[in-house]
Design a protein around this ligand. Structure first.
Ligand code: TXA
Ligand code: MG
Length: 332
């Protein structure tokens, strides 16, 4: 099949609506990463997403809706969630609620909960308004690969396999939404992102962070899987160990390889003279640049050498989580 990449014109949206109605899968821009969407109420369409991605069958999907959609049709909404929706939606926050069972059971992989996201991207909003049904969508990458932040990245993973990519330009946020469990008395972050624990706590007074205990079934199954891996060899060093990183670079160069560093701006400045991908200086810049650089890295480098950024907390929690996992490191 030919994969069309089209801007969100009226014609494109009409075509997208037809495709979704027919149980097809459509990729679309959001402000975090591109999504691979299908009608959340259609079992076969949802299963198609899992098959296309090679996604494990126990990793639930987020349902996306436009900002005028009445989510109380889909989920129970505990009282404190109202303030969170008012403060952060539309935007990069996914909230997990008790489900009313109105979408295909394949979306939540049998869990009694449903995660709902209202993206702020005008392209996503236009698409979701046009179809006016909940759209189940994971990030539009092959399972385990780096998430896509441009239409080209989606094409690189799915050309010929999906009919349409709605191109809204680069995703500015750069890392996936914060996933927040809202089924308990206090909300709990399952996946860190651009809406931080501090921001959530400032609205509802308290916010926990979920840490999986050894041997426990994870609350957010996606966090247990290997993820975000670039398709080249990688190495990883702490910021205090750049001498060793430089020796590693030298060995790869000596073996006729093409080593590249991936590091924060201040470190790249010190490494002038070496090939280096500059993540940027602020956590927001690093979030916006990370996935595009991992994808550029896998195209250009034989060995991508990550150097751990020094800053911690806030948005950096989400960036560190993705970066460490891309380099096969576990957090803590
Ligand atoms: O920014 C985003 O969230 C992007 C865009 C496309 O919206 N989507 C995205 O989807 O990152 P995905 O499937 O790559 O990641 C969804 C994460 C997974 O870690 C999954 O386990 C978790 O959310 N999740 C989804 N539904 C859940 C539920 N009912 N309970 C717990 N975790 C859930
Ligand atoms: Mg993903």
């Amino acid at each position: 099949m030919k994969t069309l990449v089209l801007p969100p014109s009226a014609d494109t949206l009409e075509y997208a609506k037809e495709l979704i109605k027919a149980g097809e899968v459509v990729a679309f821009h959001t402000e975090t990463v591109y999504g691979l969407g299908a009608d959340a109420r259609n079992d076969a369409a949802v299963r198609k997403i899992f098959a296309l991605k090679g996604r494990p069958a126990d990793n639930p999907l987020i349902s996306h809706v436009h900002s005028g959609y009445d989510i109380s049709v889909l989920v129970e909404t505990p009282p404190y969630t109202e303030a969170l929706r008012r403060a952060f939606l539309p935007g990069p926050l996914t909230m997990v609620y008790p489900s009313k069972g109105k979408v295909s059971p394949a979306v939540s992989c049998g869990l009694p909960t449903l995660s709902v996201r209202v993206p702020s991207s005008p392209t996503a909003q236009a698409f979701l308004r046009a179809v006016d049904v909940p759209i189940a969508a994971p990030s539009a990458n092959r399972s385990k690969h780096v998430s896509p932040v441009t239409a080209q990245h989606v094409l690189d993973d799915f050309e010929g396999d999906i009919p349409l990519i709605i191109d809204g330009g680069a995703s500015q946020g750069g890392i996936e939404s914060t996933v927040l469990d809202c089924t308990g008395e206090v909300p709990q972050i399952l996946r860190a992102g651009l809406v931080t624990r501090e921001m959530i706590a400032s609205v509802v007074g308290a916010c926990g962070i979920y840490h999986m205990r050894a041997g426990e079934k994870p609350k957010s199954p996606g966090m247990a899987y290997k993820h975000y891996a670039p398709g080249c060899r990688t190495a990883f060093f702490s910021a205090d160990n750049t001498e060793e990183a430089v020796r590693c670079y030298g060995r790869e160069k000596g073996a006729n390889g093409r080593p590249y560093f991936l590091a924060e701006h201040a470190v790249c400045e010190r490494l002038s003279g070496y090939d280096c991908f500059d993540l940027g200086a602020s956590p927001e810049e690093m979030a916006a640049n990370l996935y595009a650089l991992l994808r550029e890295g896998e195209r250009k480098a034989t060995l991508l050498i990550g150097i751990e950024p020094r800053c911690r907390g806030g948005v950096m929690d989400g960036v560190r989580n993705r970066l460490l996992r891309a380099f096969g490191q576990s957090e803590n």
